[in-house]
Write a protein that binds this ligand. Sequence first.
Ligand SMILES: [Cu+2]
Length: 192
Amino acid sequence: MKLTILSMAVSILLFTACNNGSKTTNNSVGGIDSAKTEVAHTEADIRTASTKEVISAYLQLKNALAKDNDKDAAEGGNNLVKAIGNVDQASLTVQQSKVFKDISDDAKEHAEHIGSNAGNIKHQREHFEMLSPEIYELVKAGDKTGQKFYYVNCPMYNGGKGGNWISETKDIQNPYLGKAMLNCGSIKEELN
Ligand SMILES: [Cu+2]
């Protein structure tokens, strides 16, 4: 008799504990799930760009400089700032993500200076010269499009120090010298 009461008590206790436990678990799982979904949703809404958008803003800037157009270059710089800020890092490969973390702050700073220097194409080109190796690293990490790019060198820029840029065409359109010497430059490397 004593044993029966004891085992009843134990099973009631177990049942209660189990019941409570499962209730608690259900609640917290539900809570975590909905919180996770909310966060993921918000990020997806705000950050939708890939490195492809970053590269295309860079190319817009590069083509404007080749046309000696400081205003369009500034617009390209501003678009580049936006594209860098909008990159959805969760969509990047491990390699892209590593490179993006390395270059994004510097690249953004150069793009900001280019954006705020319409009227001073010389200064825009100085920042473009520092920006190009950063974007080069990003292109090297792969952009999933399979598009071919070219890394081009102009040996004459900046009193013979030279400068590099990334081009989407084999055709040389020099962003450092513009009209003055549009076709000066040679392809150093094919990318992707
Ligand atoms: Cu500056």
